[in-house]
Design a protein around this ligand. Structure first.
Ligand code: SF4
Ligand code: SF4
Length: 454
């Protein structure tokens, strides 16, 4: 197959693509059934921007018929990694594996490297997110800047108009830092309310902790309300999905080992994640550590214990929310790509929302179509991300919902920004927060204490 714009270069370059199992590439039978589900192909109608095109390029490189060029590297970073193609594929092609190996090969060969890009990647991926104390320290500074009104002052002064459009866009996306982080809201051990049925560990995440720590608190309280003793160590690490999805395979392995050491899987009935993107990565530690004899077996146990919060609550039998008189509200549900395509969890969040007495769930058109967040895609590819966001906002508007529910921190942030940009008056909330509020309204969970923070 000839890919428009990229000429095959005969080369003995590499017998394989960084250890990627060649049979994964061979599975694609070029049927094209994935094409209509691919947002980048839908936008451009170019074969190279489709899953089939990207797989063909990767195979050509693995065969040594094509050099790993800057065009290939850029192509793999134009891909959202949304995995919609995997849900559509009748042959079961593991595109996630191809995607991660292709990005890792791109980084190893440094084909799209520039000094600026290298510096940004070093500061963020290799330094900030390798130790969350650094991230939370930066978060505290940013919170102070926001609390003192300096951000509003700067925005109101008009001085930001002097910045290039790209930087202005980035500044507008700055999230509001949570008044308190998870360690200040959640005790290391939260006893089950009533009879203890399970012992679980709670992963508080990185961005989730920084921006949405109250979702972590709600998750722990809902778990306790459902008979779980919850262990939440105050000092945790990033799960490594940022690293795995951005070509830093060795760092992702390092973080996976750190997690397995901190949360030995044989000590818990489940290890809980409440962020779809993180959960999808966390469930594949055995793949990441397949060549490590010291961790291989424990990584398999870890994968089996790792549960998304919606999946776990529905599996153990959700404690019903007593009827109450709160006003009826219309809610719609936007699916995180890595929750629905990566983890195949589609039914449970809807069941959870339907279990809340005053909510009426209205289906969102194209609910499983990417919102453009895709990890850091909205920062690296703002044009395409904004197209997707606009499409999502139009669909949300068409439902008439006053609440949009979603189970992933990156999407929550993207939807909050989208609602503001598009003048849409909707509340954006995690399903577990809506559930916690319903329990609290009926007195079956304690009232939330106001957060003041430092
Ligand atoms: S991951 Fe998403 S953007 Fe990438 S090829 Fe698959 S469907 Fe297209
Ligand atoms: S649907 Fe699967 S087999 Fe068909 S072209 Fe897409 S990736 Fe290949």
């Amino acid at each position: 197959m000839t890919i428009a714009g990229i000429e095959p270069t005969p080369s003995a370059a590499r017998p394989h693509l960084l250890g990627l199992d060649y049979s994964v590439l061979q599975q694609c039978m070029h049927c094209g059934l994935c094409l209509p589900t691919c947002p980048t192909y839908a936008a451009t109608k170019m074969e190279r921007h489709s899953p089939r095109g990207r797989i063909a390029l990767a195979r050509a490189i693995a065969d040594g018929r094509l050099e790993l060029t800057p065009a290939f590297g850029q192509e793999m970073y134009f891909c959202l990694g949304c995995l919609a193609c995997m849900s559509a594929c009748p042959a079961g092609v593991n595109y996630a594996e191809i995607f991660e190996h292709a990005r890792a090969a791109t980084e190893l060969d440094q084909v799209i490297d520039t000094p600026f890009r290298r510096a940004v990647r070093w500061f963020t991926i290799k330094w900030l997110f390798m130790d969350l104390r650094r991230l939370l320290f930066l978060g505290r500074l940013l919170r102070l800047y926001q609390r003192l009104g300096l951000q509003s002052l700067l925005r109101g002064s008009g001085i930001l108009k002097l910045l290039p459009a790209r930087l202005r866009g980035l500044e507008a996306m700055t999230p509001t830092i949570a008044p308190k982080f998870s360690a200040e809201l959640i005790a290391p051990v939260t006893p089950a309310r009533g009879a203890k049925r399970y012992r679980v560990a709670m992963l508080t995440g990185c961005a989730q902790d920084l921006i949405f720590s109250e979702i972590n608190r709600d998750t722990v309280e809902v778990l306790a309300r459902n008979g779980c003793e919850v262990i939440t160590p105050p000092r945790q690490s990033c799960c490594g999905s940022l690293h795995g999805h951005n070509g830093e395979w060795a760092l992702a392995q390092q973080l996976a080992r750190r997690h397995i050491d901190q949360f030995p899987p044989d000590q818990y009935d489940a290890i809980i994640s409440n962020a779809g993107g993180c959960g999808s990565h966390l469930k594949h530690y055995s793949q990441l550590l397949a060549d490590d004899p010291a961790y291989r077996e424990r990584a398999r146990q870890w994968d089996a214990k790792l549960k998304d919060i919606h999946e776990w609550l529905m599996a153990i039998g959700l404690q019903p929310v007593p009827a109450h008189t709160a006003p009826a509200q219309v809610v719609t549900y936007h699916e995180s790509c890595h929750l629905c395509h990566g983890q195949k969890i589609t039914r449970q969040p809807r069941e959870l929302l339907r279990a809340i007495p005053n909510l009426q769930l209205v289906e969102l058109p194209e609910s499983n179509w990417c919102c453009g967040s895709a990890g850091i895609y909205n920062i690296t590819q703002p044009e395409m991300a904004n197209q997707l966001l606009e499409r999502k906002m139009n669909h949300i508007r068409s439902t008439g919902a006053t609440i949009v529910a979603n189970g992933n921190s990156g999407c929550l942030l993207q939807l909050i920004n989208g609602a503001r940009q598009h003048g849409l008056s909707v509340r954006v909330a995690h399903p577990v927060t809506l559930l916690a509020e319903a329990y609290r309204r009926t007195g079956t969970l304690p009232e939330e204490k106001p957060q003041t923070g430092t």
